[in-house]
Design a protein around this ligand. Sequence first.
Ligand code: GLN
Length: 258
Amino acid sequence: MKKGFKIALVVLLMMGLVLATGCSSNDGKEKVYYVGTEPTFPPFEFQNEETGEITGFDIDLIKAIAEDQGLKVEIQSLGFDALVPALQSGNIDIAASGMSITEERLLEVDFTDAYIDAGLVIAVSSDNEVIKGEEDLEGKVVAVQIGTTGAAKAQEFLDAGIIKEIKTFNTVDIVMLELINGGVDAVINDKPVTEAYMAKQEGKIKIVGDVLESDSYGFAIKKGNTELLEKLNAGLKNVIESGKFAEIQNKYFSGSEE
Ligand code: GLN
């Protein structure tokens, strides 16, 4: 009798232990989705000068989507050219970084539905009267951010024997500084971001010519992660329908951009 009771007690204790550990791995540790971004890309992602916090259109949008879908996210600052490898290795779960949906990238990662339209433009220093558009780039030196569609476009111009040299930088703030300091003749970068730098550096930069190439941004995730992709697309749809998307757009684009 006594022995039977002991055994029953041990079995009960063991069952309790199994239940307890089962619970802690499910509820106790909520999965964190790491969101990678390169924060020199206003108004999509930039550092708040006072708090140092990473903020912007993409950041508010991915947070709103995560909230809608009950996902916990954490923002991480990375080099732009490190984002796709970080998704592939699993170091981050989502790239929210003004990333254009391109055929080349679709071979390496999956994208959510597009959330905004953008495109590439040429920018020069305000006092430059020589370069008025793509046709005036012959023999010129062009600055770009590493791993971007702007860098790919500059490479096309170089391969075609049009421009003389490409100077590649890690961040867009340095690209723009190089232009202002006269280190390069022109910059190829996304239109809304170039406009944000124009506003910040009043009177120093101007856009010339037409949009070189139109594209759209999406959030990138590891290839084949259908579960996360479906959640992000569902969240994006809900955030658009609820009016939250328009609210974020107004906050960062003060009305009538694009
Ligand atoms: N939209 C461009 C691209 O995808 C630039 C992005 C960026 O610099 N953050 O390459």
